[in-house]
Design a protein around this ligand. Structure first.
Ligand code: SAM
Ligand code: SF4
Ligand code: SF4
Length: 386
C-alpha cells in the first residue's frame, strides 16, 4: 500500500454525489414541525447559520480546493438549469430563517462569478427574522472581482465581506491561486470593499506548511491596526481531490506562537456561540488588549474540533442541503421547491432533516487520527462552499 505521507493520492470519482433520500417523516402532514428557532439536532445544536453556494465555478485554481489536474478544461460544471434560481434560494432561505437562521453567507466556487448576484442580495436583505430583525448577510470571495463590484454589492444590501488571501508576496500568491493572478488586484479589491463600507472586513488565510507559512508574519503586520480581522485557517481535508496530508497542516498553536514571537497577543472571549475562530487581540505595552491594534483569529478545524456547537447548514449550488462540511451527501431540496411543496412542506422537511442531524466529523477525526478510515467520498468545498 502506498504511504500517504510520500505519495499524493488523488482518487477519481464522481465529485457531485447523488442526493440522500428525505427522511420518511419529512413530508408527513401528521408529523408537522412548525418552524421554530428552538429547532435542535441530535446533539442539541440549534440551526443559526446558513451558507449558500451560488456557483460551482471559480476563476482561481487554489491547489487545496480546485486543483488544476482535476478542475481542467474538460471538467463538466453544473448546467445553468441545475442551479437554484435566486427566487428558489430566497424561498428556501425564508424557511431556514423561520427555523432560527440569523446569518447567511454566500459562497461558492467564486460567488462574484454568478451573474446579477446583486439581485439575490436584494432579495435576501429584505428577509426578516421572526423577531423582525434583518439577517447578518455576508459573502466570502477570492477578491478578484471586488474592485469592480464592491459598491453595487453594498448598494444591494450586503453588510460585510470576507476576502480570502493566502500571501502578500506576489510570487507566492500567484502560485497558490495557480492562475497567475496578481496580489495587487486583490488588495485593490479589499480597499474598494472598505471604501464601500462593507465592514468589518475579514481576511481568510489558509496556511499550508511548506507553502506559505513564511507569509504569516508579513500578513499579520500588514493587517494589524487596519480594522480588518485576519484569520488563519488550518488546511483541511475537505473534498477528495486536494491530496491532503496531515504533515502539510500547520497547527494554529504554532501560528500563534510565531506571531507572539514578534507581536504580543492576548486571548479574547468568543463574541457568539458557535464561533469558528478563536480570537486573539494585539496587546499594548502593559499586556492588555489594545482595540486600536485589532485582533486576529485562528480556525483550528483539524487540531481542535468545534463540532459540539456547530450550528451551520450548507445549501449546495444545485439545492442539496448538507449538514456537515465533510458530509458525503446532501438532501435534495431543489426537487421539493420545483415540485408541489408549500412553504409549510419546506419548513417541515428542513425541520426533520435538522432534527436527525448528528454529524461531528472533526471530533471523530481528532479522536481517531486522520488516516483511520473516515469517509473519503466527501463533497468538494467548491461545490458546497466554505
Ligand atoms: N472562492 C471564494 C473564496 O476563496 O473566498 C469562496 C469559496 S472558498 C471554497 C471558501 C473558503 O474556503 C476560502 O476562504 C478558502 O480559502 C477556504 N478553503 C478552501 N479549501 C480549503 C481547505 N482545503 N482547507 C481550508 N480552507 C479551505
Ligand atoms: Fe476558488 Fe475559493 Fe476554491 Fe480558491 S478557495 S479555488 S478561490 S473556490
Ligand atoms: Fe460542523 Fe461538520 Fe465541521 Fe464538525 S466537522 S464543525 S459538524 S461542519
Amino acid at each position: 500500500m502506498s504511504d500517504p505521507h510520500t505519495h499524493r493520492v488523488i482518487p477519481l470519482q464522481d465529485l457531485r454525489p447523488s442526493a440522500l433520500a428525505l427522511p420518511e417523516t419529512a413530508l408527513r402532514s401528521d408529523l408537522r414541525i412548525t418552524a421554530s428557532a428552538l429547532l435542535a439536532d441530535q446533539r442539541g445544536r440549534n440551526l443559526r447559520d446558513l451558507r449558500i453556494s451560488v456557483t460551482d465555478k471559480c476563476n482561481f485554481r487554489c491547489n487545496y480546493c480546485m486543483p488544476k489536474e482535476i478542475f481542467d478544461k474538460d471538467y463538466v460544471y453544473l448546467p445553468h438549469s441545475a442551479l437554484l434560481s435566486f427566487e428558489e434560494i430566497t424561498l428556501l432561505t425564508r424557511q431556514f430563517v423561520a427555523h432560527g437562521v440569523q446569518k447567511i453567507r454566500l459562497t461558492g466556487g467564486e460567488p462574484l462569478l454568478r451573474k446579477n448576484l446583486e439581485r439575490l442580495i436584494e432579495q435576501l436583505a429584505a428577509l426578516r427574522t421572526p423577531e423582525g430583525q434583518p439577517l447578518d448577510l455576508t459573502l466570502t470571495t477570492n477578491g478578484s472581482l471586488l474592485a469592480r463590484k464592491a459598491q453595487a454589492l453594498k448598494a444591494a444590501g450586503l453588510q460585510r465581506i470576507t476576502v480570502s488571501l493566502d500571501a502578500l508576496d506576489d510570487a507566492v500568491f500567484r502560485s497558490m491561486n495557480d492562475v497567475d493572478f496578481p496580489v495587487a488586484d486583490v488588495l485593490e479589491g479589499i480597499e474598494a470593499a472598505r471604501a464601500a463600507g462593507l465592514g468589518p472586513i475579514k481576511i481568510n488565510m489558509v496556511v499550508k506548511r511548506g507553502t506559505n507559512e513564511h507569509q504569516i508574519l508579513p500578513m499579520a503586520k500588514y493587517f494589524k491596526g487596519s480594522g480588518m480581522v485576519l484569520r488563519f485557517i488550518e488546511y483541511m481535508d475537505v473534498g477528495a481531490t486536494n491530496g491532503w496530508r496531515m504533515d502539510e497542516v500547520l497547527p494554529s498553536a504554532d501560528v500563534i506562537r510565531l506571531i507572539q514571537s514578534e507581536l504580543p497577543l492576548v486571548p479574547l472571549e468568543p463574541t457568539q456561540p458557535g464561533e469558528t475562530a478563536q480570537r486573539w487581540g494585539y496587546a499594548d505595552a502593559h499586556g492588555c488588549h489594545d482595540p486600536s491594534l485589532g485582533e486576529i483569529g485562528v480556525i483550528s478545524s483539524v487540531t481542535q474540533a468545534f463540532c459540539s456547537d456547530c450550528n451551520r447548514a450548507r445549501l449546495s449550488t444545485e439545492g442539496q442541503l448538507y449538514l456537515c462540511l465533510f458530509a458525503e451527501k446532501g438532501y435534495d431540496l431543489r426537487s421539493l421547491v420545483r415540485g408541489e411543496a408549500t412553504d409549510a412542506d419546506l419548513a417541515n422537511a428542513i425541520g426533520h432533516i435538522w432534527q436527525g442531524r448528528s454529524d461531528n466529523y472533526s471530533e471523530l477525526r481528532q479522536a481517531m487520527g486522520p488516516d483511520t478510515g473516515l469517509p473519503v467520498k466527501r463533497v468538494e468545498m467548491s461545490y458546497i462552499g466554505g
